[in-house]
Write a protein that binds this ligand. Sequence first.
Ligand code: COA
Length: 168
Amino acid sequence: MILSRLDEAQLPACTGELADLMVDTVDAGASIGFLAPLDRAVAEAWWKSRADGQFAVWVARDGERIVGTVSLAFPDKPNSRHRAELVKLMVHRDARGRGLGRTLLTTAEEAAAAAGITLLHLDTETDSPAEHLYRSAGWTRAGVIPDYAADPGGVLRGTTLYYKRVRA
Ligand SMILES: CC(C)(COP(=O)(O)OP(=O)(O)OC[C@H]1O[C@@H](n2cnc3c(N)ncnc32)[C@H](O)[C@@H]1OP(=O)(O)O)[C@@H](O)C(=O)NCCC(=O)NCCS
């Protein structure tokens, strides 16, 4: 397994593979912003629109295929340079349960701290498997917003907000 950060020049070349991973993740029922079935072209367009310098993307490759990813989104507001949002943590169904999700999370946390970020935040579907991972990695549950977003099947679900203070 090779884990690396995509620079701005590499991201456009990987949007197709990232779209495949996103389609697999939505098909498996995860609430990551899309309804199922997710059109691959829509997923790829989403990744292409992230190549704006406000987004840092890490990918894990098993051979030639991307099997995991995580990103940090940096706000452009002048009063928010100290924080970032952890988004699109995804591991392909074939590669789950072997520690890759935790490795990706740790990688993004450490990179954020090294870049001078002191506060990370995220939201995730309430009671989803990802909640266990965030809690066990030291994230603090800030609260729940009911009926926040539709899951891939179209049913409204709550979201849980988490944050974590990080330091280099
Ligand atoms: C959440 C996700 C990234 C975890 O990836 P993974 O590679 O399977 O995670 P790991 O193997 O590193 O496991 C991390 C921890 O989560 C637990 N976990 C993983 N899947 C779980 C599940 N389905 N139910 C309960 N716990 C689970 C593991 O037991 C492990 O905890 P432990 O170390 O205390 O045993 C993966 O399930 C995924 O891609 N889900 C869909 C996308 C998603 O929901 N992303 C989060 C959006 S905010």
